[in-house]
Design a protein around this ligand. Structure first.
Ligand code: SF4
Length: 307
């Protein structure tokens, strides 16, 4: 695999060039879905790191039509007017919608003017056969990509962060999508409470074996409004330093298959809501540090992939 732009891993921009023929712009859309880990069907209070906006800080908050949301989103895209437009349902668990509503959401989005693809964030336990079939049906019309939060493979950590789904449930939802040829990007969080470096690497190794299409690697953020923020205020706990994070992420990049898209290596959280760690705000510095360390190690994505 040849990597572009001087990188030692397959970036999102390389993938978009290959798949969409150039740059994409994600237009945030809100489906109105909630989350089974908030409404009581799986749990209450949500994951301890989630601030209550469902991980979609840039998503529209008003329940307005998808067309209006889309038009509003396009107005803000002054920088790349010619980029391929991808409708991005980022907040909450979008396939948690009843199937009729999910179908209406997909049908309306597919008809938006000039739309080039749909990206949907959700939980793996909100995918069943019928919903996977529905996504596959629309994937025949335009690219559909699904983001599944995994965060960790370790049950003990899942309980600490109140994740309220098991690894088996995650794998079942993932398999339903993969059997239908749908692109899946998984999220992992580094620095979760009580996790050692080895545990984080084991999560990456397990995910690499699943041959996930894309991965977003995050540093644990303590965000205002989350349960973690309450715990951090009561009893501040140690978070990974920039140096520790870079070291771990470089090892994880080496573990993933050479073709997995490394969609994200650092968080994109809003400055106004971030409590700690503040080094993540300098995104450029984080990315440069990762590039520099990979180069020092003469390391490449996939050179430690175990299959
Ligand atoms: S992170 Fe996702 S799964 Fe967890 S509470 Fe927030 S929306 Fe629900």
């Amino acid at each position: 695999m040849q990597y572009q732009n001087g990188k030692r891993y397959r970036t999102m921009s390389q993938y978009c060039g290959e798949k969409y023929g150039g740059r994409i712009v994600k237009i945030p859309l809100c489906s109105g879905a909630t989350c089974p880990n908030r409404d009581g069907s799986k749990g209450f209070g949500g994951c301890s790191f989630c601030s209550g906006d469902g991980g979609g800080e840039f998503a529209p908050k008003q329940p307005i039509s998808l067309l209006l949301q889309y038009e509003e989103g396009i107005k803000f895209n002054l920088k790349w007017p010619d980029a391929v437009k991808v409708g991005y349902f980022q907040a909450f668990s979008n396939t948690y919608l009843p199937i009729e509503q999910l179908e209406a959401m997909l049908a309306q989005t597919a008809k938006l003017p000039d739309i080039g693809g749909i990206r949907i964030a959700t939980r793996a336990d909100c995918i069943d056969e019928r919903k996977a079939d529905l996504l596959a049906k629309y994937a025949e019309q335009l690219p559909i990509e699904v983001e599944l939060g995994l965060q960790t493979i370790h049950e003990q950590t899942s309980q600490i962060i109140n994740r309220c789904h098991s690894l088996e449930e995650w794998q079942a939802g993932f398999s339903l999508l993969k059997q239908r040829g749908i692109y899946v990007c998984a999220h992992l969080i580094n620095g979760l409470p009580d996790e050692t470096e080895q545990m984080m690497l084991d999560s990456a190794k397990w995910l690499a074996k699943q041959r996930v299409d894309g991965v977003k690697l995050h540093m644990l953020h303590v965000i205002r409004g989350s349960q973690l923020a309450v715990e951090y205020k009561t009893q501040p706990f140690e978070l990974l330093s920039l140096e520790q994070y870079v070291e771990i992420v470089c090892k994880q990049i080496r573990i993933f298959h050479p073709e997995t898209v490394i969609e994200r290596l650092t968080g994109d959280g809003a400055k106004s809501t971030l409590i700690a760690p503040t080094w993540t705000l300098n995104k450029r510095n984080v990315l440069n540090s990762i590039d520099k360390r990979l180069s020092q190690l003469e390391a490449w994505q996939g050179d430690r992939f175990e299959g």
